[in-house]
Design a protein around this ligand. Structure first.
Ligand code: ATP
Ligand code: MG
Length: 428
């Protein structure tokens, strides 16, 4: 992608409305544009990152046996009245009337809708377990939308719902999702800490919250150090659930079961939440199946949410420096940028074009061919956080060397054309 033909409206200063670093950097890097309180348009590189996060989550859901569907954003009030949540949800729910006066709403979550789908099509224990997910926009009229996409009113969530014949099997589905969550966050270079949580609004009796570590996080976590070094090849949900981990309100020094040396205190951001809630929705919404003895039993359900759009901000909170964003490779808008420092010099243009053309089929490359100052070029590339940057300028013309900068380590190495091609080959 040629920068000059693309659309990355970077800003030098951070807009005054932004309080936290991820919000500032997302605005400065031209990733989002606020449209009204807690509601954003996603500009090209913001959208690219959002899609990459979405895809990682999708792959891990599919790997875990969940099945993708897509439910609408607008729901009828009827099912919510049946489940008893229409009143309970209060002002956070955006309520709408259609032209014939029917009560509708913009879905804040989908337990009712998915249960209705299940109820209509699944009747036998032989079809269980089932686990359905979708990645869809939600609306919650939060009292205080803030921190950019971290607490929006409209936000993208992956939510899935498991259906099992009994509690024992439902816990297997729950742990299966627990594992998929840990895997998904590890793939984004995040450190997930799982905490036993209140089941809150959704209700139920088993629940975990997933927080990721970030110096600038909102909550303070107290946890066993070992949780920081999870082996991605060997994720054992039961073992992870046994480690000590609590938020500061729950921490009690006197009753803390682990030693001070083992205890770590860090800031975190909630990015996911999972629940087992038994028959809370299957009962009022008549989601029965026939068991082996031909008896009707209510299915046991769980629901699982990941804040996809919140993750864009959370990853930045975890990965940035004073110059800007440092994207983990798995979610970077581009893996590589090709920076022409002399965009008006014919020879330099020739070298850049030839390198770019040999790599062109790859939409992971941003070619910065803009006619702007060297300072602006370098600082924009740092700001938007491209992991690998090939800098082409005077030195390349003089001694045929390409400067390759690693955004994370800030190290620059000089390579010949052949070595550069090898380096690039390893990135993709
Ligand atoms: P919170 O306590 O932060 O309000 P929640 O308990 O209401 O979260 P869930 O209903 O469990 O959240 O939703 C699942 C996930 O969706 C959360 O873990 C979070 O990542 C994301 N999420 C929830 N509310 C918002 C929001 N207003 N903006 C962005 N993401 C959100
Ligand atoms: Mg909430």
């Amino acid at each position: 992608m040629k920068f000059s033909k693309y659309f990355i409206p970077t800003l030098i200063n951070s807009p005054s409305e932004a309080e936290i670093i991820s919000h500032k950097l997302m605005l400065r890097a031209g990733m989002i544009k606020q449209s009204s309180a807690g509601i954003y348009s996603w500009l090209p590189i913001g959208l690219k990152v959002l899609k990459k996060i979405e895809q990682i989550v999708r792959e891990e859901q599919n790997n875990a046996g969940a099945i993708e569907i897509l439910m609408p954003t607008i729901q009828s009030a009827d099912i919510w009245i049946k489940s008893g949540r229409y009143k309970e949800y209060g002002k956070e729910m955006l309520r709408i009337q259609d032209r014939s006066g029917r009560e509708m709403l913009y879905g804040p979550t989908n337990e009712e809708l998915v249960t209705e789908i299940f109820q209509a099509h699944i009747n036998s224990y032989k079809d269980l377990p089932k686990n359905l997910y979708h990645i869809q926009w939600k609306f919650r009229d939060e009292i205080r939308p803030r921190f950019g996409v971290m607490r929006g009113r409209e936000f993208l969530m992956k939510d899935n719902y498991s259906f099992d014949i009994n509690k024992e099997n439902a816990v297997i589905s729950y742990n299966n999702m627990f594992k998929a969550y840990v895997k998904s966050f590890l793939r984004m270079d995040l450190t997930p800490i799982s905490l036993r949580a209140d089941s809150g609004q959704i209700g139920g009796d088993l629940s975990h919250e997933f927080q990721i570590l970030a110096k600038t996080g909102e909550s303070t976590l107290y946890f066993d150090k070992e949780l920081e070094s999870i082996d991605p090849q060997n994720i054992d949900p039961k073992k992870l659930q046994n480690y000590y981990a609590v938020v500061d309100e729950m921490f009690d020094k006197k009753n803390c079961p682990i030693s001070e040396e083992k205890l770590k205190i860090s800031k975190g951001i909630e990015v996911g939440h999972i629940f087992y809630f038994g028959t809370k929705y299957s009962k009022p919404l008549n989601a029965f199946v026939q068991n082996q003895n031909g008896e009707k039993v209510e299915v046991h359900m769980g629901s699982y949410g990941i804040g996809i759009s919140r993750l864009v901000g959370a990853i930045i909170e975890a990965h940035h420096d004073e110059k800007g964003i440092i994207w983990p490779e798995s979610v970077a808008p581009f893996k590589l940028s090709l920076i022409n420092l002399m965009p008006e010099n014919d020879e330099c243009i020739k070298i850049c074009n030839s390198l770019y053309n040999s790599l062109k089929s790859n939409d992971e490359i941003l070619y910065d061919d803009r006619i702007v100052s060297i300072g602006k070029k370098l600082s924009d590339n740092e700001l938007i956080g491209i992991p690998h940057q090939i800098i082409i300028g005077k030195n390349t013309l003089k001694d045929k060397l390409y400067e390759i900068k690693n955004r994370k380590t800030n190290k620059i190495i000089k390579l010949s054309l052949e070595e550069t091609m090898n380096y690039v080959g390893k990135i993709f």
